[in-house]
Design a protein around this ligand. Structure first.
Ligand SMILES: C[S@@+](CC[C@H](N)C(=O)[O-])C[C@H]1O[C@@H](n2cnc3c(N)ncnc32)[C@H](O)[C@@H]1O
Length: 370
């Protein structure tokens, strides 16, 4: 049985997970056996459309940049014999699931633990060179495993430490969401919430957080932040795209998560890397879940990449370096992608009803032309 340890000295919790214990925190209605764990931990969004876009052929090699629970990798492995999938995920739990899958599909799954920006080193260790990959997949955002497990600190509906690091404790120096909130100044926090959360009440929320530091204590728990934001927004009623009520802290949580994980810089760099590793004629499929991600993807596919366009925010509160390398950026500006579909592909009404997480998904598929 695969077992992993996730711990954080920063927020005072330490826990050890093996897969059955993860399943114990799943809703009671989910009754997984150890043979189909990866099916129930995360329901892949638009898996058939992704597969149709990539059209895997026997002998081809893919990279699943966001393995999660492996739904999309599995569909590629099942669709065509003899395909190989290099899987990447920064989350140690996802990586452990990929190692499990590698045992079920001997010789066809190569599991890699790391961020997008670590890809070149990981592929080099595995003797994989540039221009050698047939297809690359991005299914962005958080997995249900991350959202559903309160200790990870992503969830608005379960109280937990304000962590939000997708990497778990891989980088002990990486600030958690609580660390950011404890140290950031009001103006910078305002910009993060405004830009990464597209939150109209960002000013009020940033003020409430910084005032709370002086009058109360640092925010350490997700529910503390959720309640503070709700109060700053005067408990305003909001609706999501399905006209269901949405909590007023949803966008603030999104903003912090993006910042803590440096998500947009990672994505921008990953698209540059994808171009480098795909063969001419190779395909890329991207599933985005909010307009910030989608804008970056669109810019790449129409050849409009601006150096450092993604770092308007105060990186001094994170331990992330700016991952852009001028050499790579110059490379991509010249490169060409061709979109396979004229219009973006969205999930069917039926899929949205069955899996509300898919409601904001946008799929784009492009071919590397040169
Ligand atoms: C929506 S889930 C993917 C779900 C997956 N397609 C499936 O079918 O189960 C997104 C995953 O991407 C991973 N991820 C997000 N940003 C990443 C990055 N910069 N580097 C590596 N993995 C990342 C997250 O840890 C998460 O597990």
């Amino acid at each position: 049985m695969q077992s992993i340890m996730c711990s954080s000295w920063r927020c005072g919790w330490r826990f050890s997970i093996n897969l059955p214990s993860v399943l114990r925190v799943r809703p009671a209605s989910i009754n997984a056996s150890s043979t189909n764990i990866d099916h129930v931990l995360h329901v892949p969004v638009m898996a058939e459309d992704v597969l149709h876009g990539l059209n895997p052929q026997p002998g081809q090699t893919f990279i699943d940049m966001t393995f999660g629970a492996g739904g999309i990798t599995r569909s590629i492995l099942e669709a065509s014999p003899d395909t190989t999938v290099f899987t990447l995920d920064r989350d140690p739990l996802a990586h452990s699931l990929s190692c499990d899958m590698a045992q079920k599909y001997p010789g066809r799954v190569v599991s890699m633990l790391g961020k997008f920006s670590e890809l070149p080193g990981l592929l080099k260790e595995r003797n994989k060179s540039q221009n050698s990959i047939d297809g690359i997949i991005f299914d962005l955002g958080c997995s249900s495993m991350q959202l559903d497990y309160a200790e990870r600190g992503f969830s608005l509906s379960k109280d937990g430490p304000l962590d939000m690091r997708m990497d778990g404790s891989r980088f002990p120096e990486q600030p958690t969401a609580a660390d950011v909130l404890a140290h950031i100044d009001e103006e910078d926090l305002f910009r993060i919430i405004r830009i990464y959360g597209e939150e109209k009440r960002a000013r009020k929320i940033a003020r409430a957080v910084t005032e709370c530091r002086y009058t109360f204590r640092n925010l350490r728990r997700t529910f503390e932040l959720k309640e503070l934001v709700a109060a700053a927004c005067e408990n305003e009623n909001r609706m999501d795209k399905l006209q269901r009520s949405a909590h007023s802290a949803t966008k603030t949580f999104q903003a912090l998560r993006i910042f803590v994980n440096n998500e947009l810089n990672e994505l921008n760099y990953a698209l540059i890397l994808s171009h480098m590793y795909l063969k001419v004629g190779g395909k890329i499929a991207t599933l985005t879940f909010h307009s910030l991600e989608d804008r970056i993807v669109k810019r790449h596919f129409v050849g409009n990449v601006i150096e450092n366009s993604m770092d308007p925010l105060p990186l001094q509160y994170s331990n992330h370096s700016i991952v852009h390398d001028k050499k790579f950026v110059d490379n991509i500006i010249d490169s060409k992608w061709k979109l396979v579909n004229k219009h973006v592909i969205v999930p069917s009404d039926e899929e949205v009803q069955q899996n509300p997480r898919s409601r904001s998904a946008k799929l784009r598929v492009a071919v590397k032309l040169k």
